[in-house]
Design a protein around this ligand. Sequence first.
Ligand SMILES: [Zn+2]
Length: 447
Amino acid sequence: MGMGGGVKSRASTRVRRPVAATLFAVALLGPSSSAATNILAIRHWSAPDHTRIVLDLDGPASYRHRDLVDPHRIAVDVAGGRFRFSLDPIRIEDGLIRRVRFNVLENSGKAQVVLDLDSAARYDVFALEKFGAKPNRIVVDVKRPSPAPDPSRPRVERNLGPDAFGDFIVMIDPGHGGEDPGRRNPGGLKEKNLALTFSRELQTEVDRRRGYRAELTRNGDYFVSLRRRREIAEERGAHLFVSVHFNAASARSARGTEVFFVSLRGAEDRATKELVHAENSADLVGGVPPRDLDTADALGRMLVDLRQHDSVERSQRLATLITDNITGLRGMRTRRVQQAGFGVLKSLFIPAVLVEAGFLTNSDDVHFFRSSADRARYIRALVDGIVMYCEEVEIPRLGWTMHTVSTGESLSQIAQAYAMDVDSLKGANNLNSDQIFTGQRLRVRPR
Ligand SMILES: [Zn+2]
C-alpha cells in the first residue's frame, strides 16, 4: 500500500465530519517532514485468521513498510517517529508473529517497528485517523496463510433449501472486540467483554436444545468488521442472526432490553439514531482498511434492499417473540421492539436482530448482567423466543412437516415412514429418549 499518512479514508465522509485541513498539510509534506510523531503505545490482538498490531500516535504520520526475508520480517518505518515506551521486544508467539522489535534509526530520524514472522505471510498496513477517544493509528494486519478452521466446532453444511433437514443454525454475533471496546461504564466494564461472555453462554444454551446449534462470529478479544460478521453467517449457512450488545445513556435511569430489527430506511427517533451511529461506528473505531469499508453504490444498495423485504418481516416477528419471552423476567425490563438501520443487520437475507440487552450506565442492569444466575435465566428466555420463532415461522417456510403420533406408534416406525433415521428424528425434536406419547407432534422431513 506504499506511503501512509494520508487520511482521505472514507471514514471521514461516512460520518460527515469535516476533515481538518492541517491533516492534509502533513500528508503533503511527505516522509522528509521534520515534524516529530510520538509513538505512544503498541497493542496486539490475535484472531483466528490474522494478528493485528496497532501503533498509537499523537498525530498523523508518514510511514513506509516492506517485507524482508531470511528470516521473514515486516518493517514499518515511521518518519520522525519517537518511541514513548520501553524498547524491549514484545513476545507474541501465536504461530504467526514471533515477536515485535523496535529500532531507533537516528541518522534518518526514523522509528522502526520490526515484526519477526514464523514464515512468509500476506499483510496489510494502513493508517486510521483519530476517531472519538481513539488516537491516530498505524495498523498492521498479518494474515494467517490459510484460515484455520476451528477444530472445536464441527464443519457445518448449508441446509437452507426446502429439502434440507437438520439443525437450525443460530449465528450469535458478540458486538465489538479488540480495538473497539464498544460502550463502557464509569466502573470500567466494557461492552465487548460482557457481550462475549453473554454470547458464549447463549451459544451453550442454544446447543443444549436438540435440533439447534449456535456459532459465534467472534470467539475472543479481537476486531471483526461488520461486513465480515455477515459473511461468517453466510459461510456457515446460518438460519438466524442475533447480534449481542449493551447500551449506554447519559440518563442513568435508562434501563432494560431493546430488541431491534433492520430498517431499510433508517432510524426514526433521536435516541435510536444516536445508538445506530454508535454501533455503526464500529468499523471506524476498530479499524477497517479503507478499501474494505462498505462502498456499495446507491443502486447496488437498492437492489439489496428489495431482496431483503421478506426477511425484514420475519426479523420483526423474531424480535417480537424474543421480547415477549424476556418481558416479565424478574429484575429485567423490556422496551419496545424497534426498527433501525444497523450496519451489521443490513444485507442479511436471514432473519436478524440486534439485542441491546441492557444499559451499562444503569446500576440495576449492570447488577443483573453481572450475576451468572440472572444471565442464565435471561438467556433461557431469549432462546425460548428463538425456538418459538423457528417453530412458528421457519419450519413451515422450510417445508418441514409435522406428524402427530397415534396410539401404539414407535419412534422407529415413524422414522421409517419418513425415510429418516431415529437419531435425526430425535435431534430434530429435542428428544432425549425414545419415549413418545399419543398426540405428540413431531417435526419430520417432508415425504
Ligand atoms: Zn454495541
